[in-house]
Design a protein around this ligand. Structure first.
Ligand SMILES: [Fe+2]
Ligand SMILES: [Fe+2]
Length: 211
């Protein structure tokens, strides 16, 4: 059993949050598709790609916050290590989407600080209810993200291979995060919880498309 987070841990978490939202993210892996040529996109296609990548970037901000919140309150050290590993990959997703938004001449969501705060609180709450549920929440989040990214692959312009390569790789990573959570003993969440999660991510994705 792990004691509640110390003041030091809270300060580190707060500092991480500020850096996630306001500082550029770093990636160890190369950005997927970075060797592919930039496609000739119409203005409309470029705007659509930038909006979709903004949604994905906000999703990654939320993923960072959920993972950091969960890692802060998770009790089992093994689950904690799995969460931190996944969080590192989410940082790469954050860097890739951020870079792609810039290439497309788009901008990040103005509401990212609010999404970070809300997701962090949700993650910390999930961490408190115990590791099986914590991991179950993670597995379900990742499953829903995979479905969401699949939807984006249908909406992104076929010509925009650079954006598509990023989304494809993210989708593979998220599916692996779900599998790893299940392997570490994730419980299956009750249907109403799954539905509530789908609803809140719908609010996030639809808002981030515009704001
Ligand atoms: Fe991700
Ligand atoms: Fe993930």
């Amino acid at each position: 059993m792990r004691p509640l987070p110390s003041l030091d841990e809270l300060i580190v978490a707060f500092d991480r949050g500020l850096r996630t939202v306001f500082a550029p993210a770093q990636s160890l892996r190369a950005t997927p598709g970075e060797n592919l040529p930039e496609a000739e996109l119409t203005d409309e296609q470029r705007r659509l790609s930038a909006s979709l990548m903004r949604v994905n970037h906000t999703g990654e901000i939320c993923a960072q916050a959920l993972y950091q919140g969960q890692a802060l309150t998770a009790r089992d050290t093994r689950a904690k290590a799995a969460l931190e590993q996944a969080a590192r990959e989410e940082t790469e997703h954050l860097a890739w989407t951020e870079r792609r938004i810039e290439e497309l001449g788009g901008r990040k969501s103005l509401l990212n600080p609010a999404w970070y705060a809300g997701s962090f609180a949700l993650g910390a709450a999930a961490g408190l209810v115990g590791d099986r549920w914590n991991l179950g929440f993670l597995a379900e989040t990742e499953r829903q993200v995979v479905a969401h990214l699949e939807g984006h692959l249908q909406r992104l312009p076929v010509e925009d291979s650079r954006s598509r390569a990023i989304v494809e790789t993210m989708k593979e990573d998220e599916a692996r995060h779900a599998t790893s959570a299940i392997k570490h003993g994730a419980a299956e969440l009750p249907s109403p919880a799954k539905a509530a999660m789908r609803l809140s991510s719908k609010v996030m994705t639809e808002t981030a498309f515009w704001i």
